[in-house]
Each structure stands twice: as C-alpha cells, then as structure tokens.
Design a protein. Structure first.
Length: 258
C-alpha cells in the first residue's frame, strides 16, 4: 500500500472513531451534568522498537474540561521500555505538563468575598518508573501495571484580587512535589480475524490513601503494523482532591510504530 492510500485509510478510520466518540459524548452528557463534567482527551504518539528488548516512545497530549469548552492541559513526554522477560516489562519516562489551573475564591466567615485568584497556566515536571506483568490465555490478555510517579510543581507567582482592599496583589504559589503509586489492571481481547482489539481497565492513584480511580473501556484499530488508532470512554472518580471534579472523558489516540 502506497503512502497516499495509507493516509486515506487512516483518515477514514479516524472519522469513524470520531463519529463513535460523538455518539458516546451525547449519551454521557446528561450523566456528566449530574455527576461530574465532560472532557475530550486527544494524543499523538510515536514508538520505535530498537530490538527485541528495547523500545523508545514520545507522546503529545491535549485535554479539555468544562464540557469540552475549556482547555485543561497539554503535555509532551518521552519514555523507554525494556523487556525483562517475555511477561514482564520495565519502563521509565519524563513528562512536561502545562496546566490551566482553575480559579479559586475564598470567603469570609460571614459568606462575603475575601480573595479571588483567576485561572492561570502553570508548569509541572513528572518522572515515572513502571513494571508491567502480563499473561495471555487464548484471545485474552491480562496485565497489571504498577507505576511510581513523582510530579514537581515549581514556585509560581500570579495575580489575586483582594476584595477587602479593592486591589490586585501578587500571590506566590510555593513549589511542591508529590509521589503517587498508580496501579492499573487491564484485560484485552484479540478478536479473531479482526483489526479491532477491545479492552477494559481500572486504575487507582494512591498516596497513603486512594485519591483517584479511573474506569476505562475502549478499542484499538490496527491499520497495518505501523498505525494504531484508538478510542475510549473513561470515568474518573476523585476522593482526595478539592481542586478538580469527577469527569466523564472521551479519548482519541493515534500512534505510529516503526
């Protein structure tokens, strides 16, 4: 297949997946309004297999929130993986994140306004190290990934409005580091003679207590060996975060492998 036909096939597949995502988004809109907000997450990645054991990968991601009306985050990441055994893989990575932090309003005891900090863009740096164990049984594959994640937010100065003095002032947000253990259990099914592979997963975020749980169902479409297009629905439930909301997410992914 020449390059033009390959690109055309990829675009047709992407349009089908986007159409499916639109239907899924409409189906979850009412539920999102009642129990969280809706967002779209998109990613583009490239993966290079160096040999039978080593591989490297790069990925860019863009997220929205507030029913897909507000840009939430973009990121760029690189990682390398090594197969320790046929069933166990290790990887390490780095991600640069640029976040649109939500506005924050504080109140006095009597309910009157105290300070208002508008939303602002800030940077974070993230390092990860993972071990993924997998076992196959016929068309089914079960995998467990344990990932240590350290994220550092540098000190940042932004504007804040003081209602008591009716003036703007500088607000310094101190730098902060955070360790999290992410545990993901996933099951994949390889449909015979079909290029679409469905999967489902559950992932928990732990930092001395459960902070977040993600429930995901999706499918990957393989276009030849080098092109993979995927779509998924994800529900994210938060337990220990007063700066964010529960969310319903539709995701679209594309990866080029060589």
């Amino acid at each position: 297949m020449d390059t033009g036909k390959l690109i055309s096939t990829a675009l047709r597949s992407m349009r089908r997946i986007v159409a499916v995502c639109a239907v899924m988004a409409a189906a979850t809109a009412e539920c999102a309004a009642q129990s969280g907000e809706f967002g779209l997450w998109t990613s583009l990645g490239v993966e290079k297999k160096i040999n039978k054991k080593w591989s490297v990968e790069a990925e860019g991601e863009f997220r929205t929130r507030n029913d897909a009306r507000t840009a939430d985050r973009w990121s760029l990441g690189v990682s390398t993986g090594y197969k320790l055994t046929p069933w166990l893989k290790a990887d390490v990575g780095y991600v640069f994140l640029r976040d649109n932090n939500r506005e924050d309003i504080s109140l006095h005891a009597d309910g009157s306004y105290n300070n208002w900090r508008p939303s602002f863009w800030g940077s974070r740096h993230r390092a990860t190290a993972s071990l993924t164990a997998s076992v196959a049984a016929g068309a089914w594959k079960l995998s467990l990934r344990e990932r240590w994640q350290y994220t550092y937010r540098p000190e940042h100065t932004t504007d804040r409005y003081d209602f008591d003095n009716s003036q703007w002032e500088d607000k310094t947000i101190k730098g902060k580091g955070r360790n999290v253990l992410r545990s993901r259990l996933q099951v994949d099914y390889n449909i015979p003679k079909c290029k679409v592979d469905p999967y489902a997963s559950i992932e928990t975020y732990n930092a001395w207590a459960v902070q977040k749980v993600r429930y995901t169902v999706g499918a990957d479409l393989k276009i030849r060996k080098r092109h993979v297009v995927g779509a998924y629905y994800r529900y994210q439930s938060l337990y220990d975060d007063d700066t964010d909301n529960d969310a319903h997410v539709i995701g679209v992914e594309y990866k080029f492998k060589f």
